[in-house]
Design a protein around this ligand. Structure first.
Ligand code: ADP
Length: 152
């Protein structure tokens, strides 16, 4: 049976940390659906269209990686996409504590199993909030984001 995982997140922006998680996940799953959460009441920093094009460009040569947007419960998106798994990245114990509660909820809500993967060690300190701050102050985000020119 085809194994599909949804990798949900805000991805504002999609960093090298996220990229490493998807690449590792691609060794486990037949298909990974990167799901960019769109929240009407939350304004993103990077433009949605650019964020989507950026992620698509990153995985252009990997047909098993798809990119979608969603504004529903993650478990409902999983059902819609026939995905039995949610993929999430872990950087540290703080991520783990937070992710653990969400994972239990998603299992109860939709019977969806969450698979956690560590990012590459060198990307563990990267987080989207800091990348946004650097960008706001006209700093160079290319250390943290591959193909960052597609975002600005
Ligand atoms: P959310 O707003 O849902 O936390 P993010 O876009 O911040 O979405 O992150 C999506 C996923 O990527 C989460 O599982 C998060 O823990 C993980 N993640 C974020 N940054 C990194 C990183 N540098 N390395 C590995 N995983 C990361």
């Amino acid at each position: 049976m085809k194994k599909t995982a949804v990798f949900p997140g805000s991805f504002d922006p999609f960093t090298k940390g996220h990229e490493a998680v998807v690449k590792k996940g691609a060794r486990l799953f037949d298909e990974i659906i990167i799901a960019v959460g769109v929240n009407e009441s939350k304004v993103s920093f990077f433009n949605l269209e650019k964020r989507l094009n950026h992620i698509k460009a990153l995985f252009a040569d990997l047909p098993a990686i798809k990119v979608v947007t969603y504004n529903s419960l993650t478990v409902d998106l999983c059902k819609e996409q026939n995905a039995d798994f949610i993929l999430r990245g872990l950087r540290d114990t703080r991520d783990f504590e937070y992710e653990k509660s969400i994972a239990f909820l998603n299992e109860q809500l939709g019977g969806i199993e969450t698979v956690f993967l560590l990012t590459e060690l060198k990307y563990a300190p990267i987080n989207s909030t800091i990348v946004r701050e650097i960008s706001k102050n006209n700093g160079d985000i290319s250390h943290f984001v591959t193909l960052s020119e597609k975002l600005v």
